[in-house]
Design a protein around this ligand. Structure first.
Ligand SMILES: CC(C)(COP(=O)(O)OP(=O)(O)OC[C@H]1O[C@@H](n2cnc3c(N)ncnc32)[C@H](O)[C@@H]1OP(=O)(O)O)[C@@H](O)C(=O)NCCC(=O)NCCS
Length: 173
């Protein structure tokens, strides 16, 4: 049995969640449910099977990237629309109690698998990093920084789904 399951945020206990980053913790404890209600974001949690504790969460929102911000080699392959459809990982955090257990990577893999299964088209996944360390975390997962905004990163959906497929191959017995 796997140690965690992923679910849409519902009546989970968010009060004790602590990623170590005050802005992320305040957002998750106090604001995320309003964003969900208003349709600004969808929020998913990774929950520990044994104790029901939230190990981490992330939000997804629809997003667009101006075509002028896409690197020229990639832009050449895209239709000449002014913007490129994408999905934004606006917030993501892992509870410090689960440090060293690759929960951050699991959250990203879960987001990618969810998006790959979605019938809505998106060319890329974007992420807003809260600081340089968060941007470095995304960069180790092959997200590239936008030249004009180094704390905003993106990963073409094609690369994302290939990464998850490779991980599944490696993970199977
Ligand atoms: C960023 C965060 C989600 C990473 O979670 P995690 O569970 O430690 O991540 P993982 O163990 O799955 O990390 C996978 C890889 O990412 C890289 N990585 C993780 N945190 C990193 C950091 N702060 N700086 C640079 N690289 C990092 C490492 O290479 C790591 O590989 P390793 O296990 O071989 O060292 C977590 O530290 C966190 O919640 N931080 C506070 C909130 C935050 O910054 N959120 C980011 C989005 S705004």
């Amino acid at each position: 049995m796997t140690r965690f399951y992923s679910a849409t945020l519902r009546k989970h206990d968010r009060a004790a969640f602590s990623s170590g980053n005050e802005r992320i913790d305040t957002y998750f404890r106090q604001t995320v449910s309003q964003d969900v209600k208003r349709g600004y974001a969808a929020c998913y949690v990774l929950v520990e099977q044994a104790g029901g504790k939230i190990a981490g969460f992330y939000t997804l929102s629809s997003h667009t990237i101006p075509l002028t911000e896409v690197p020229p080699e990639m832009a050449r392959e895209l239709p000449r629309y002014p913007s490129v459809p994408a999905v934004l990982i606006g917030w993501l955090g892992r509870d410090i109690a689960f440090r060293g257990q690759h929960v951050g990577s699991m959250l990203l893999a879960d987001a990618i698998a969810r998006l790959a299964a979605s019938p809505v088209g998106a060319h890329a996944i974007c992420a807003d990093a809260i600081d340089d360390a968060a941007a470095a975390f995304y960069a180790t997962h092959r997200f590239q920084r936008f030249v004009s905004r180094p704390l905003s990163l993106y990963l073409p959906m094609k690369t994302a789904t290939a990464l998850v497929a490779k991980h599944r191959k490696t993970a199977s017995p």
